[in-house]
Each structure stands twice: as structure tokens, then as C-alpha cells.
Design a protein around this ligand. Structure first.
Ligand code: MG
Length: 244
């Protein structure tokens, strides 16, 4: 009987105590977050840096400072195979990045890593894979949405080949000490068509095709889009810079 009484008494007491705490004590009014007009289908958010809106390559450079990729009438661009990748002129630290990409519809004779391969390299070093994996299996840590050769995506979330995919990427750059040793690894979160495919993954070092990655100290870096020989298209690319 006594035990029961204690059990009843404790919640009643703590509830009564809670009632005496002023709820205003836990209200935080400053700073108020800045107002941002969200993105619509054709327009970046109001505070974003637009890197590609379909009208020109002003924000990009390629081999010999020339962009040889195709600028299409529908407001997209397409890899021009063998001309090399392109990189943003502006360099970034930690960012939120939005872009849209499309795999080429012609898949005859193309499989594995040779179908619709491109990639988004954060700070020019860390690749989020772009690949057409519709009915096309490859090594899981190299498929679409992977941190290439480092992290298998949580899902394969591609739309049908030839339709537009979205990537929304939250990237925090690594930190290095004065000796150039990494003291905080880079992290990346990726939404592919709104589906979480990388959940705050700790990047192990710059993307390498062979062997294990290892960090080398660096500062800000460009966003690099890969020419892997396939006619992958991109559109609507914008960035919001983040605090580290
Ligand atoms: Mg690639």
C-alpha cells in the first residue's frame, strides 16, 4: 500500500513543481533567422548563389578556361565528352547545394559504370556519384548517390532514365591543423529526389579510383562536374553558403 502511495505522489509533485517554472525562461527570441523566399520550380531561393540558370556559363570554367559543354535551349547543359569536366569559378567551404541532372536516354550497349556516369565533386575532391542505375547494377559503393568508393547510398532513388533527378546536398568542409593534419573530417548529407541517401556521412578523404583515400590540407574549393564520357545533363544549380 505504501509503495503505491509513493508512486502516485511523485508524478503529482513534479507536475506541481513544473507549473511554477515560467515558460518564458526557455523562449529564445534572438537572433531571428533571416527570411528566405523558398525555391520554386524555376527559381532559386532568395539568398542563394545561382551557378547555372540555363542562360550562360558565366559561373563556370573548363579546360583552358573554356566551357565546351552544350548549352541547350531547354535551359540545361550537357557534358561534351572528352572536353573535360567543368568547375565553378567561385570556390566554397561548407554549402547547401541544389542541382538537377538527367541520364542520357540512349543506353544501348552501356552498362555498369559506363551508363550515364558523371559526378558532383565537392570542393573539387569529394565525389557524389551520378550514374544511371535503372536496371543496371554496379558495385554498391559506386552507384548513384554513393560517396564514390566510400559510402553505399541508403536507397536507389532514381527516376526513370531520361527524366530529371534532383540532388540536395549539405556539405561541411574538413578542418586541418597547422601541420596539415585533418582534425575534423568533412561530412555530407544527400537527398536524391527528396529521399535521404547519405546521412551525415564522414568523408574519408578525396575520392580515388584505386586504393584508400587520405586527406591533404586544403582551403575553399570549386564545385566540379565530371566528364566521364556520357551525355549527362544538368540544370538549375544553386548554392547557399553555410557556417562550418
Ligand atoms: Mg562519376
Amino acid at each position: 500500500m505504501k509503495k503505491l502511495a509513493i508512486f502516485i505522489l511523485v508524478p503529482v509533485l513534479s507536475f506541481a513543481q513544473e507549473k511554477t517554472i515560467d515558460p518564458k525562461l526557455t523562449e529564445v527570441w534572438e537572433p531571428q533567422p533571416p527570411k528566405v523566399v523558398p525555391a520554386t520550380k524555376y527559381k532559386a531561393p532568395s539568398d542563394a548563389i545561382v551557378l547555372f540558370d540555363g542562360t550562360n556559363f558565366d559561373q563556370w570554367s573548363g579546360k583552358n578556361n573554356t566551357v565546351s559543354w552544350a548549352l541547350n535551349p531547354d535551359g540545361s547543359m550537357t557534358v561534351q565528352p572528352k572536353t573535360g569536366g567543368i568547375k565553378s569559378k567561385k570556390e566554397f567551404g561548407s554549402i547547401q547545394l541544389h542541382l538537377e541532372w538527367k541520364s542520357p536516354i540512349d543506353i544501348v550497349g552501356k552498362k555498369g559504370q559506363k551508363r550515364g556516369n558523371s559526378g558532383v565533386f565537392l570542393q573539387g575532391r569529394y565525389e557524389i556519384q551520378v550514374l544511371d542505375n535503372n536496371n543496371n547494377t554496379t558495385y554498391a559503393n559506386g552507384q548513384v548517390g554513393s560517396v564514390y568508393k566510400q559510402s553505399i547510398p541508403l536507397a536507389m532513388a532514381s527516376v526513370p532514365t531520361g527524366e530529371w533527378n534532383t540532388y540536395d546536398i549539405i556539405y561541411h568542409q574538413p578542418k586541418f591543423n597547422a601541420q596539415g593534419t585533418v582534425v575534423k573530417k568533412a561530412t555530407v548529407t544527400v537527398l536524391h529526389n527528396g529521399i535521404l541517401v547519405q546521412d551525415h556521412f564522414e568523408i574519408q578523404g578525396p575520392t580515388v579510383f584505386r586504393g584508400k583515400p587520405s586527406y591533404k590540407a586544403h582551403g575553399k574549393g570549386a564545385i566540379f562536374l565530371q566528364d566521364h564520357g556520357d551525355l549527362v545533363s544538368y540544370r538549375n544549380i544553386w548554392v547557399r553558403e553555410l557556417k562550418d
